[in-house]
Design a protein around this ligand. Structure first.
Ligand code: GDP
Length: 444
């Protein structure tokens, strides 16, 4: 899989932070050191790595991650967002001409996959966008390049424009555009010549084709397996010719992914497509966000978010447990619990899940109908802070006032206070039972 090695390393370096309920600055520092190494090992441009690490660290601190409720989640969210940005942010789609045909120049070094990709792109345009492309064979130097495109055309049942190898590439390109207009093709994909290295002659010829056909897109095809060489090639082509986008080939075989990650940051030009195999349909529009998620294993992060949330509940539960043990439980805690219970679903089921609950005497009295919750809330909210903190002050006149304030009758108020006392007693017993079995972890 693409980015396999990098994905593994990055996910490994974030593992420690994921499980943490609290994240210190030191934790972030350590994680980022590992992220930095992972990126360098994946052959990401070192300047890009440096900037990335700086950005993530700054944002992590800015967002006050240290005090957030779900710190692990937030740190990884920042990494994910910054990685998405690095890969280009929004998906960059193919430019189209106001008036067809859209002229696309395919450029790149020999062996990068230019001819194969020209066929793939033509097929993509026809299959996914219902377009009618024309491919043009303008590589007159490489033996059999023209033949290769013609064969590809036959396989895909896609028209190919060629004039042999005795005509200048500029003329071939111009004539191809003319023919596309006449035959109402909406795209012309010009397969240009490549060289083993970037050289002046090649750039001169490509510039001439550019001048003559005024392309809407100049797509540079680079082999992602060549790592930073691919990025250097992209830089040269952009400086000397001006490109509008990049197609990364052989991403299926590239476990490191350094070129794909650096190219946008270094050249400022987006990756528009990725080649994911040798077959003609193995071309995918490049989605930075999806790619980042894939590298970071966001499926994991989603479950992390859940876990982070449970961690918060665990903190509360621990505090609650302490209060229950020391008999400090207040009506505010009771309301708090009620609110949580409401979010969780039917109370009967919840009681079933509580360890030891079915063995408890008096449990039946505690079974609260969902509809009653609103009444209970009204009663508790009519109490003063003092009454909620210390229910023993509740005398007859206070109870009458509460009944009036909440619109419930006095019997209901009495019943609630009784149930609350019973619950306190029962919970004290239960925490005792729990303590014998395991530490912490009592949740309601
Ligand atoms: P050109 O010289 O740039 O025109 O390169 P070709 O189109 O002839 O491709 C060179 C080699 O790369 C061929 O063997 C292709 O099958 C292979 N290739 C191209 N794209 C991909 C890709 O996305 N994945 C893999 N695995 N191989 C590819």
């Amino acid at each position: 899989m693409a980015f396999e090695g990098l994905a593994e390393r990055l996910q490994g370096s974030m593992k420690k932070i994921k499980g943490k309920g609290k994240v210190s600055e030191q934790d972030v520092k350590e994680m980022m050191r590992e992220v930095r190494l992972a990126l360098l090992e994946a052959d990401v441009n070192f300047k890009v790595v440096k900037q990335f690490v700086k950005d993530v660290r700054e944002r992590a601190v800015e967002q006050e991650v240290m005090e957030s409720l779900t710190p692990g989640q937030q740190v990884i969210k920042v990494v994910n967002e910054e990685l998405t940005q690095l890969l280009g942010g929004e998906q960059s789609k193919l430019n189209t001409a106001q008036k067809p045909p859209t002229v696309v120049m395919m450029v790149g070094l020999q062996g990068a996959g230019k001819t194969t990709t020209t066929g793939k792109l033509a097929l993509h345009l026809r299959k996914k966008h219902n377009r009618k492309p024309l491919m043009a064979a303008a590589d007159i130097y490489r033996p059999a390049a023209i033949k290769q495109l013609e064969t590809l055309g036959k396989q895909l049942n896609m028209p190919v424009f060629s004039m042999g190898d005795q005509v200048s590439p500029v003329e071939i390109a111009q004539k191809a555009v003319e023919q596309a207009k006449e035959e109402h093709h909406d795209y012309v994909l010009i397969d240009t010549a490549g060289r083993l290295h970037v050289d002046e002659n090649l750039m001169g010829e490509l510039s001439d084709i550019k001048e003559a056909t005024k392309p809407d897109e100049i797509l540079l095809v680079v082999d992602s397996m060549t790592g930073q060489d691919a990025v250097n090639v992209a830089e040269s082509f952009d400086e000397q010719l001006g490109i509008t986008g990049v197609i990364m080939t052989k991403l299926d075989a590239d476990t490191r992914g350094g070129a794909a990650i650096s190219v946008k940051a270094v050249t400022g030009k987006p990756i528009k497509f990725a080649g994911m195999g040798e077959k003609s349909d193995a071309l995918e529009p490049f989605h930075p966000e999806r790619m980042a998620s894939r590298i970071l294993g966001m499926g994991d992060v989603l479950s992390l978010i859940e876990k982070a949330q449970t961690n918060v509940d665990e903190d509360k539960a621990r505090e609650l447990e302490r209060k229950m043990r020391t008999n400090e439980l207040t009506f505010d805690d009771f309301l708090d619990q009620l609110a949580q219970v409401k979010d969780m679903g039917p109370i009967d089921e919840l009681l079933q899940m509580m360890p030891g609950a079915n063995k408890m005497k008096g449990m039946k009295n505690l079974q609260v109908d969902d509809k009653q919750i609103a009444h209970i809330e009204a009663i508790v909210k009519s109490m003063t802070k003092e009454e909620r903190d210390n229910p023993s002050v509740l005398n007859a006149s206070r109870k009458r006032r509460i009944a009036q304030g909440s619109g419930r009758n006095i019997q209901e108020v009495n019943r609630l206070i009784k149930q609350f006392e019973e619950m306190k007693k029962m919970m004290k017993q239960m925490t005792g039972m729990q303590k014998g079995k395991k530490k912490g972890g009592f949740k309601m």
